[in-house]
Design a protein around this ligand. Sequence first.
Ligand code: FES
Ligand code: FES
Length: 183
Amino acid sequence: MRGGRESGNPADDQWSSRIGLTVNGGGHDLTLDNRTTLLDALRERLGLTGSKKGCDHGQCGSCTVLLDGRRVKSCLILAVTLDGREVTTVEGLAGPDGLSPLQAAFVAHDAFQCGYCTPGQLCSARGMLDEVTRDWPSAVTGDLDGPVELTDAEVRERMSGNLCRCAAYPNIVTAIRAAAAAR
Ligand code: FES
Ligand code: FES
């Protein structure tokens, strides 16, 4: 990260930084106010409005993205701390052939209503399934040493940071388990 910039206005220098960020496979060189969150950088600077701002306080999960493959709440992270890092948003989940299996499962199992929480649900589920593949335990995992069995309780616990105001929870759980079974 390079602090300050040749903005022409010395007063700006201490308040902005320049970073390089890879988003959905593409490189971006950004000069940002040091107070800019990753969520605002994605939405306001890069035009990636899939990630949603719900609470802006880390409580709803609608802003969830993947940072170097791990799920994070983008409203809680200052973008200037991410120089050289890799971000995947909901816009980057689909492959060249169309929807990812997880996205297709959300459609097939009617796992949304208004859709506001869905980008965060999808990114969180993607990260969560990778955590399960690594056998990382959750608070409801019985055997901390054995392979994790992706039960409904496991899905609910692991997705508990993603709220859905439409209460599509039963179908979200079904969709995630279906996508996991098809892996
Ligand atoms: S907007 Fe980030 S957790 Fe709610
Ligand atoms: S589908 Fe409406 S908030 Fe989840």
